[in-house]
Write a protein that binds this ligand. Structure first.
Ligand code: UD1
Ligand code: UDP
Length: 373
């Protein structure tokens, strides 16, 4: 059976790496990788660490690309790849432009689609934007749905989604556990650089943010809140690896550059980022993947969003939604910094998203199909 993994951004690559590895090693499965390179540098960092060598690289990223032009390019450029390799299944991940357009491209060739990380929902059309609708539409196009949690499966069932639905756990936990193990005997230039730059005797607050719905006003509020926190808490190290999107770079650098305890740094490779998460006191983010990783590491997370498609960790108490209201970001951060009952409750490590064996379950699904006459 021939599988084609198609992905394009940093988080898709991190979460598909274990699936690529598992299916490449399985006798009876032939597995190839096509990257749209919707991201370039941030994707290449991940490919390098996980030693993934793509069979097709569409190299599509353009500076400050629009959703329309990027989507059109992905759809057009995938046609010859599908015609060349003629896979039995296309595997896509999550909710990006690559996810939706690769699913559509496969559908136009009547090639079955398997959707990894299926069934997450906010049911709010514009949050996350455009990811909520990307994920819903991919669900309609897909023939097989690998749901990370029982709740994600229940969403698909409620929607009467056709096709097989399996709860696998989230492959992000496979990658996280693999990387933590690798970090036991591993260091690299980025980690050494962080050791030199940051004072680890102080509390480290790790920050990331890149969501489209926060562009403009949202980023103004977020950066204002962080600036005030940094000024009133000089004893804390505020570390922000800044996403390469110019809509993020511009507001972040213009408001936060030049403060001695605010470290604006380039996006980190995955091992250095995992290492830094583990060394952090708390995390402030709007990222999807980090909401899944941080609870496994026992790190409290404030999420700068009004709603989340990942409610499991919110319900378990390690993640709190604070939106982009500066007062709320500041008051919750200060409460956590005081190490009172809220911090103790939020730092309890637990893992609602997986057990590290998601990729194996996905591989076994295809092996079973192979063995079914
Ligand atoms: C995309 C995904 C989002 C995901 C995020 C992960 C869509 C619609 N959005 O958003 O779901 O959460 O990736 O980070 O698919 N850029 C670079 N180098 C890179 C990556 C990005 O310069 O390696 C810059 C480019 O100017 C590019 C811009 O960022 O045009 C936006 O990239 P894009 O993938 O369109 O959007 P993201 O905001 O990264
Ligand atoms: N990440 C990384 N380097 C960074 C910031 C994040 O490797 O500097 C990882 C993080 O551990 C997580 C993923 O990138 O696995 C999240 O990506 P992002 O926040 O860009 O996208 P989202 O998860 O919101 O789609």
């Amino acid at each position: 059976m021939k599988l084609l993994h198609i992905f394009g951004t940093r988080p898709e690559a991190i979460k598909m790496a274990p699936v690529v590895r598992a299916t490449e090693e399985a006798a009876g499965l032939e597995s190839k990788v096509c990257i749209t390179a919707q991201h370039r540098e941030m994707l290449d960092q991940v490919l390098d660490f996980f030693e993934i060598r793509p069979d097709y690289d569409l190299n599509l990223m353009r500076p400050n690309q629009s959703l329309h032009e990027l989507s059109a390019r992905i759809l057009t450029e995938l046609q010859p790849v599908l015609d060349d390799y003629r896979p039995d299944f296309v595997l896509v991940h999550g909710d990006t432009s690559t996810t939706l357009m690769a699913s559509l491209a496969a559908f136009y060739r009547k090639i079955p689609v398997a959707h990894v990380e299926a069934g997450l929902r906010t049911y709010d059309k514009y949050a996350p934007f455009p990811e909520e609708i990307n994920r819903q539409l991919t669900g309609r196009l897909a023939d097989v749905h690998f749901a990370p949690t029982p709740r994600a499966k229940a969403n698909l069932e409620t929607e009467k989604t056709p096709g097989d639905i399996l709860v696998t756990g989230n492959t992000v936990i496979d990658s996280l556990l693999w990387s933590i193990k690798k970090l036991e005997n591993y260091s690299d230039e980025e980690i050494e650089d962080l050791r030199r730059r940051l004072d680890f005797n102080k509390k480290i607050v790790l920050i990331t943010g890149h969501r489209r719905e926060n562009f403009g006003e949202g980023f103004q509020r977020i950066t204002r809140a962080i600036r005030r926190l940094a000024e009133t808490h000089p004893d804390v190290e505020w570390v922000y690896p800044v996403h390469l999107n110019p809509n993020v770079q511009d507001p972040v650098y213009s408001v936060l550059d030049g403060l001695s305890n605010v470290h604006l740094i380039a996006p980190l490779r995955y091992p250095a980022f995992v290492w830094l998460m583990d060394k952090s006191f708390m995390i402030i983010t709007d990222s999807g993947g980090i909401q899944e990783e941080a609870p496994a590491l026992g790190k409290p997370v404030l999420v700068m969003r009004e709603t989340t498609e990942r409610p499991e960790a919110v319900e378990a108490g390690t993640v709190k939604l604070v939106g982009t209201d500066p007062e709320k970001i500041i008051s919750y951060t200060e409460e956590l910094l005081s190490e009172g009952p809220l911090y103790r409750q939020m730092k309890r490590a637990h893992n609602p998203y997986g057990d590290g064996k998601a990729a194996e379950r996905i591989k076994n699904y295809f092996l079973n199909l192979n063995n079914t006459p």
